[in-house]
Design a binder for this molecule. Sequence first.
Ligand code: GDG
Length: 736
Amino acid sequence: MRQVILITGGVVLVVGLIVGLFSLNQASQEQIELTSRLQSRSQVLADSLAESIEPAYNTRATSTVQRIIDRFVSSERLAGLSVFDSSGAMVAGSANVPISKDGGELVTTVMDSDESGGSFVRRSDGTYYVHVTPLHEDGRVIGALAVAQDATYIDESISDIWRNNLLRGFSQILIFAIAIFILVRLVFYRAITRMVASLQAARRGNFGIDAEPSSSFFEPLAGEISKVARSLHQARHAASEEARMRLEKIDSPWTAERLKEFIRMYLKDRPIFVVSNREPYVHTKTKNGTKWSVPAGGAVTALESVMEACGGTWIAHGSGDADKSVVDADDKIAVPPEEPKYTLKRVWLTPKEVRGYYSGLSSEALWPLCHMAHVRPLFRAEDWREYRKVNGLFAKTVLDEIRNVERPIILVQDYHLALLPALIKKSRPDAQVSLFWHIPWPSAEQFSICPWRKEILQGMLGADLIGFHTQQYCNNFIDTVGKEIESRIDYEQYSIYRNEYRTLIRPFPISIAFPGSAEAHKEPSRKVLEDLGITSRHLVLGVDRLDYTKGILERFKGIEFLLDAHPEYRGNLTMLQIAAPTRESVEKYREYAAQVTGEAERINKKFGAKDWKPIMLEKRNHSHDELINLYQLADVCLVTSLHDGMNLVAKEFAAARSDESGVLVLSQFAGASRDLKGAILINPYSAEETSSALHAALIMPKAEQHRRMKTMRASVRDYNIYRWSAELIKALALIG
Ligand code: GDG
C-alpha cells in the first residue's frame, strides 16, 4: 500500500511540475506580447497627439492645449495626458494622471535625449503604462507629452492564465492520481501481492497458492515464481520422504538425534517452550559460593532429555536460594550448567504464593485428590486464590516470552498449572498448547468433591491437547468433563468440543532416555555398599521421593512379612531405601517422613543383629549416576506405589540392567504396570503378596530373569522419552 501511495505521489509531483513550467512559459509570452502591443499603440497615439498639440503649445495657447487633451482623453479612453514645459513642469493635463506634476525622471530623460520612452507605473488603483514623447519647435525640444494608458488588463490576463492553468492542472492531476492508484492497485499491487503470497506459502510448505497474475504483463515473472515454488515443493517432498523413511525404519531406536531431526521436520523453525512448576536445575548457596543439583522428580527426569535434544526455553519456578544470583537481567540461565543446550527462565514467587499455590492447593488438595492413597484433600479458599494468582503470573511470563514468536509450541506440565492453557490461549489463540498430566486422573465421583472443579476443567480445556499416561486416566477425564461441564464429547476422536473449540485427549505413557551403550555397560561399583556397611547376599532396592503415594510403609510391612515367613533371609537380605526429601513444608509429608523412619527403626529392632540391619534408609538426594549404580547392584527393585501416574523408577531399573538380570516387583497401581510386562505385579496393600513376590524374585532362576528383563528393556527402549515427546509433539502439531 505504501508503494502505491509513493508511486501516485511521484506522478502527481511530476505532472504538477510540468503544469507549473508550462504556465510560467505561457504567462511570460503573453506578458511580452501585450506589453509590446501597448507600447506601440502608445507610441502611435503620442506621435499623432504631439502633432496636434505642438502648434497650440508653440503659441502658448494653454487653454487650447487643455481642450485638445480633454478631447483626446475622452475619445481614446486614455487614462491620462500631460504636457510638460522644458523645465519638466506640467502645463496642462487631464485629471488623475499617473505621473507627477514635475514630470519626473522619465520626462527629463526623454527631453534630454530627444527620444520618446515609456515605463510602467503601479498605483493602488491599478497599473499604467506612461509613454513620453518630446515636443519640438523649430527642431528644438521645448517640452514633452506624456500619454498614460491603463495596463491593469495585462496583470489580469496573466492572473487568468495562471488561474486557468492551475485549475486545469489540478483536475488533470486528480484524474491522473486516481487512475494511477487504481491501475497500480489492480494491475501491479494485486499481482505482486499474489506472487509474494505464493512464495511465502511455498516457503512455509503450503503449495496451494499459485502465482498466476491477472495481467499478461507479469506472466513471465509469475511463471518463474511458480517454477521456483514447484522445485521447492519437490525438494521438500523428497527431503521429507527421505526423513520419513529414515524415521520410520523399523527397529531404529528413538534417540536424541532422531528426535532433533523429527522436530526439525514437523515443527520447521518453531521453538518449543516447556512450562512447569519444578525447575530442572536448582542453585543453592554453599560456604564457598553456589552449587547446583537436579531435583528428584519424574517430570524433570523426562523433560530434561527432551530439552537437551531439542533446545528451547523451559519456564519454571526458581526455588533455590541462590537461583537469583546466577540468572541474567532477563531471569534466564543457560543449562545444563556444564554444557548448556537450552534456556531456563525462572519465575519468582513469594513465600506466601509458594505456600498457597504449591504446598496448599497443589500438594494438599490436587495431589491427594488425584491419587487414591486415602489421604484427605484439603481445600482452602486462600490456597485457591494463590493458585489462580500464580497461574496468572506464569501465563504473563509465557506471553512475554512468546511475544515475537509465530505459532509457538507450548508444553505445559502437570497439575500445578491447570489454569495456564486457557490463560495462554485467551491472548494467543495461534499458540499450540498441550497439557501433560503426570499424575493419575481420578474417577468423576472422586473429582466432584473439588470445590473448584469447573474452573480447573475449563482452564485445562484451553489446551489443544491433554495427555495422560494411560487410557484409563483419559477415560476418567472424559467422564469428569461429561459430568461437570457443558460440552460435546466425540468418543470416536476422543475429543471434547466447547463452543466449537476442540481439545484432544490422548494417552502418552511417559518414559526415560534409554541409556546409550557406554553408560549401560559401565561396571557397577560396590563401594557404595561398603560405605553403608551392607554385606548381605540379597539387595532389595527402593528409590522414591519420600511421598505417601509411593507406599514406603507398605513396602516395609512386606519386608517384615518376608522375614517372618522366611527366616532364612534374616542376615542375608537388606532393603536399601533411597528416600529423596520432598515437600518438607507440608505437614503431611513431615509426618510421613517421621513414620517411615519410625517403621524402619521398629523393623530393624525386631530382626536386626549386631552387624546386620534389614532396612537401610537413606534420606537424602542422590545423583543420577549414584542411582544407576545402585540399580545395577540390586537383585530386586521394589516399587510399591499405592497409586502412581507412571513411575519412572521401574523403567530406570530395567534400562540400567544391561546384564539382563535382576527382578522388578511392581505395584499394579502404577501406570508402568501396563508397559512392563516382565515385572512381578503386586497389590502393595497386601504385605503377604509383597512378601511372596519378593521371595519369588529372590529365587528366580537366571534364565527367567533374563527373559523377563529382556521384555521390559525392549519395551523401554522402544517407547523411550524421545518417542514419547515425538508422539506428543506430532499430535499437537497436526492439530493446527
Ligand atoms: C510424577 C508422577 C510419573 C529419585 N530420587 C532421586 C531422584 N529420583 C528420580 C528418579 C525418577 C524420579 O525421581 C521419580 O519419578 P517417578 O516417576 O517415580 O515419580 P514422581 O516424582 O512422583 O513423578 C509419576 C512422573 O511424574 C513422570 O510423569 O511417572 O507417576 O508421580 O526419575 O530417578 N532424582 C535425583 N535425586 C534423587 O535422590 N536427582
